[in-house]
Ligand binder design. Structure first.
Ligand code: COA
Length: 260
């Protein structure tokens, strides 16, 4: 898996994807979005990957948004093509059967915040800053930002961030529920890896069912969402991992899940 703007490191079940264009604060050009989509697709089927971490190269940025240089000369037709592409890659992350963790090491602006919100869990460095600054360019978020932000932090906070384009610091992002945890910059990757290891020791099929029940049930009415949860719960009784988990508990030992 070799890419121009994306570094892929696979180690003991945990794969780290680093968006690697530090000279432009890891701004997402079309090529990088394509590469991210391809990597996510491949890692979904990769037996050596149980959990994925997404981060940005360099000290300064996670992702500082879409590559603004590509907006010059864009027509409504190419803009539609671009927004649909980025949306589909971020939806792909959200619907991937494996957990994806954002390690927000710096600016998460525009598409960077939208990428962070598409991940299942986000840990942030104390130095990170978050925002949807598109309004300052005469546009609006186009990679799910108008939808995921309001769902995560509520409509009024989403509107304030989107209407003003102002950035907030990591402590405020944590306070309003945009990230799960804030840690000192130098500890970020160790903390994220430790979380990834904890998650990767669980059963892969149970993780897949948990993620899909939460994602697919989120926009359903409560009754339909409960029905979906019940089926996912029941299906897990067909797995070896379920038998191992229960036996290990009763035998007072640690379970060894095999993802079967
Ligand atoms: N697209 C393209 N290039 C970008 C970029 C983006 N989204 N964000 C940063 N860059 C480039 C800058 O143009 C600059 O390039 P240069 O060295 O050739 O001049 C380089 O990355 C470093 O950025 P710079 O602006 O000099 O850093 P800074 O510390 O002064 O400011 C930011 C950092 C994040 C506040 C500022 O870069 C910024 O506002 N970026 C745009 C954020 C944005 O609007 N994102 C949403 C896009 S839809």
């Amino acid at each position: 898996m070799a890419f121009k703007n994306l570094e892929v490191k696979i180690e003991e079940g945990i794969t780290t994807l680093t968006i690697n264009r530090p000279q432009v604060l890891n701004a997402l050009n079309r090529e990088t979005v394509e590469e991210l989509g391809k990597a996510i697709q491949d890692l979904g089927d990769d037996e050596n990957t149980r959990v994925i971490i997404i981060t940005g190269a360099g000290e300064k940025a996670f992702v500082a948004g879409a590559d603004i240089t590509e907006f010059k000369g864009m027509t409504p037709v190419t803009a539609l093509e671009f927004t649909r592409k980025v949306q589909s890659v971020f939806l792909q992350i959200e619907r991937l059967k494996k957990p994806v963790i954002a390690a927000v090491n710096g600016y998460a602006l525009g598409g960077g915040l939208e990428l962070c919100m598409a991940c299942d869990i986000a840990y942030s460095s104390e130095k990170a800053r978050f925002g949807q600054p598109e309004i300052g360019l005469g546009i609006i978020p186009g990679a799910g930002g108008t939808q995921r932000l309001s769902r995560l932090v509520g409509k009024q906070r989403a509107k304030e961030l989107t209407f003003t384009g102002e950035t907030i610091d990591a402590a405020e992002a944590y306070r309003i529920g945009l990230v799960n945890k804030v840690v000192p910059a130098e500890k970020l990757m160790a903390e994220v890896k430790s979380l990834a290891e904890k998650i990767s020791s669980k059963g892969a099929i149970a993780l897949e069912m948990a993620k899909s029940a939460i994602e697919e049930g989120y926009d359903l009415d409560l009754y339909s969402a409960h029905a979906l949860e019940a089926k996912a719960f029941a299906l897990l009784f067909a797995t070896e991992d379920q038998k191992e988990g229960v036996s290990a508990f009763l035998e007072k030992r640690k379970p060894l899940f095999k993802g079967r």
